[in-house]
Ligand binder design. Structure first.
Ligand code: KG4
Ligand code: ZN
Length: 375
């Protein structure tokens, strides 16, 4: 047995078949089982406690993980019809993320692996997002480009070979998902704003306001989303629009009849659904233009024909549709994980854990949580 950095390399005397993946880096407590390259269960519990605060409260996240970790792991094992004693290894996120949240999952995984006398491996959450694209067939060929767009990160990566990548560029300020969430808050859409904006934007006019496309024409793979976000804020201020608590109204109107929708539209201008959908569509058009523009120019520059997207924002319907269309026109192959593997989930941790174990990599008990872990 020998160690390099945080990783212990060991010789395998038995094959790694059943792997438990655990994810607790932010506000999702998740556990999954992968067996012989197939996901057998993927249990995700999203913490609703943060919604009333309009963002994630780290201390509440740690406490909720602490309460949920045992039942979520039990449920993942039960659904996969796997006994603890049948596990061959445990994979767990050790960064980046909230320190208290990471520590819950990491310490749980270490103790469980110790008790079961099986290896565990620490997983970089951002790297796991990339390999969510390898859970289902078809998978990208190496080298490929991967755009990771989540609540905390926006990174463009060249994946050279399995477990080997080069960071080409990342956001200099807000992540794309963060901009969605902050704009969602400005529009009274609750937290997280991404999925709600995505839904409302389908009904709106993307050309209603021309929000800036930061760095789009520059020869760099860096991103910036705070300018788009601030432009939405100034547009609302200049037009004296103040949106409050639209989310209940939208939720209600989805469940009720057209009559109710009609009533919403007759309300004063601040509650004007058309205005709301137009702003959502215009904001989304600016974000999606930048993401697709950067990805396509990297594909041109490096002559790479396989491109993948990962992270929570890769669930976005407009991004998926427009990138698929652009890729088809240019003869590129585009890959998105299934939507349940886009936002944080244990399956991607189990998948990357399987790849690491099969490459002979595991971690030592000294591994600690690293909130700012880099790719
Ligand atoms: O990957 P993820 O679950 O957590 C992090 O690692 O950050 O990403 C969460 C982010 C949130 O900002 C959320 O608003 C965004 O993904 N998101 C979306 C959509 N679904 C989730 N953004 C745009 N459109 C969506 N459909
Ligand atoms: Zn994530």
């Amino acid at each position: 047995m020998f160690c390099v950095g945080n990783n212990t390399y060991f010789s395998l005397f038995y094959s790694i078949v059943n792997i438990l993946g655990i994810e607790t880096s932010c506000d999702e407590t998740s556990a999954a089982v992968i067996r012989d390259c197939r996901i057998k269960s993927n249990i995700i519990s999203s913490q609703l406690v943060h919604r009333q605060y309009g963002g994630i409260v780290p201390e509440l996240a740690s406490r909720a993980h602490q309460q949920l970790i045992v039942p979520i792991v039990e449920e993942a094992l039960h659904e996969a019809e796997t006994k603890k004693s049948e596990l061959d290894g445990i994979a767990v996120t050790y960064g980046p993320g909230l320190i208290g949240a990471l520590l819950v999952g990491l310490n749980f995984a270490k103790s469980m692996a110790y008790g079961l006398k099986i290896p565990f491996v620490g997983i970089n959450h951002m790297e796991a997002h990339i390999y969510a694209n390898f859970i289902d067939e078809p998978t990208p060929n190496y080298p490929f480009l991967c755009l990771i767009v989540s609540g905390g990160h926006t990174q463009l990566v060249r994946v050279n070979a399995p477990l080997n990548h080069t960071l080409l560029g990342e956001t200099l300020d807000d992540a794309a998902g963060e901009a969605y969430d902050k704009v969602g808050k400005m529009l009274g859409l609750g937290f997280p704003g991404g999925p709600v904006i995505d839904n409302l934007a389908r009904e709106g006019d993307p050309e209603f306001v021309k929000f800036p496309r930061s760095y789009l024409d520059e020869d760099t793979f860096e991103f910036s989303f705070s300018g788009i976000k601030t432009s939405v804020l100034y547009w609302l201020r200049n037009n004296k629009i103040h949106f409050t608590n639209q989310i209940t109204k939208i939720a209600e109107s989805r469940e009720t009849t057209n009559k109710k929708l009609q009533t919403d539209m007759e309300e004063p201008s601040t509650n004007n659904r058309q205005l709301l959908t137009n702003l959502c569509a215009s904001f989304q058009a600016a974000v999606v233009d930048v993401l697709i523009g950067k990805l396509l120019s990297a594909s041109d520059k490096f002559s790479i024909k396989d491109i993948a997207v990962a992270g929570g924002v890769s669930a976005n319907s407009e991004l998926r549709k427009r990138l698929t269309d652009s890729a088809r026109e240019r003869g590129l192959r585009v890959f998105f994980p299934k939507t349940e593997y886009c936002t944080d989930n244990g399956a991607m941790i189990a998948k990357l854990g399987e790849m690491k174990f099969n490459a002979g990599i595991s971690s030592s008990v000294e591994l600690t949580a690293i909130p700012y872990l880099q790719l």
